[in-house]
Design a binder for this molecule. Structure first.
Ligand code: ZN
Length: 308
């Protein structure tokens, strides 16, 4: 072979390799654009509910259904404030809190506030709204919270007045956070135009759960999507309490549901659907998750046996 022949062969080889690389690049580009899986981070590790490892796993599996989300979990290691707890919030489309424990380190709080202000997503489930009573910005994000010494200084009560057909912000003195006996209860949609509740039956039965009442907080930039009547006969407030709501915080979006006390409570198809849709909305501002055929009806609860 002459030197020129060798050169030509080498050039051909290089060209083939280059084309192969370009081809692979195009392929991966396509798969990225076709791949819509969002990223979620569940934060947990401390909770007054001992079943939190179960509910974290259940929520992970719900969010990973149909490849809606790819879910990681960040768990505090130490009791008390875990100085090493510094998740990379910015790497996620939404943070799902199953955490009710000691304060996070200051730099983690600052990073989380920035993440949310800049357009992050947050989902608050059940006792996650008991957390951080003294962290002002967290309470702005969650809108309403309970226990931990919350009272009139935390902000108003917020409930639906069925006679006036309007929400009431009630600033009278009193504790924040209470619940009566666990029981199944009816969820009533108050805003069926929101992407999370659009297409849901106007009323549906949730399985036995704790129905939080008398939550209070700043309640700024809040929109209540659904309420549940907290019946005095089960130890409740006699008010229609917020049960699905959203809060805007900076450019960030928050979906909050006080439902989800026990594993069985989180097997309700209504809870599962609300979680999936709420998380998708918090992450993107849109909802594509359908209301499933086995959704609860006005009189009947519906549960799914789920792995944990
Ligand atoms: Zn509970």
């Amino acid at each position: 072979m002459s030197i020129n022949q060798i050169k030509r062969r080498l050039i051909k080889l290089w060209m083939t390799a280059l084309m192969a690389c370009l081809y692979l690049l195009v392929l991966s580009g396509n798969s990225i654009s076709a791949q819509t899986t969002l990223r979620a981070l569940i934060v947990d590790g401390q909770n007054n509910h001992g079943n939190w490892p179960d509910t974290s796993k259940m929520m992970k599996s719900y969010l990973e259904e149909n490849s809606l989300f790819q879910v990681d979990t960040a768990t505090t290691i130490n009791k008390g404030t875990d100085e090493n707890f510094q998740p990379d919030f910015a790497a996620y489309d939404v943070v799902v809190s199953n955490y009710n424990g000691a304060p996070w380190p200051d730099r983690t709080k600052t990073a989380f506030e920035k993440y949310m202000r800049d357009g992050g997503g947050l989902v608050i489930v059940h006792a996650a709204d008991n957390a951080f009573p003294k962290w002002k910005e967290f309470n702005e994000m969650i809108g309403l919270g309970g226990w931990g010494g919350r009272n009139q200084t935390s902000g108003p009560y917020l409930y639906f007045d069925d006679k006036q057909k309007e929400f009431v912000r009630d600033t009278r003195d009193g504790r924040g956070g209470n619940h009566g006996r666990q029981h199944p209860f009816r969820v009533i949609v108050r805003d069926s135009d929101h992407p999370i509740t659009k297409g849901m039956p106007g009323a549906w039965m949730h399985v036995k759960d704790e129905l939080y009442d008398r939550l209070r907080g700043p309640a700024n930039n809040i929109k209540v999507l659904a309420t549940a009547y907290s019946d005095p006969s089960t130890g409740g407030s006699g008010r229609h309490e917020p049960i699905l709501f959203v809060v805007e915080y900076g450019k960030g979006r928050v979906f909050h549901t006080p439902m989800g006390h026990s594993n069985a409570s989180q097997q309700c198809v209504g809870f599962i659907t609300a979680l999936q849709r709420g998380a998708q909305w918090a992450a993107t501002g849109k909802v594509t998750t359908q209301i499933p055929d086995d959704f609860p009806t006005v009189d009947e609860t519906r549960s799914r046996e789920t792995d944990k």
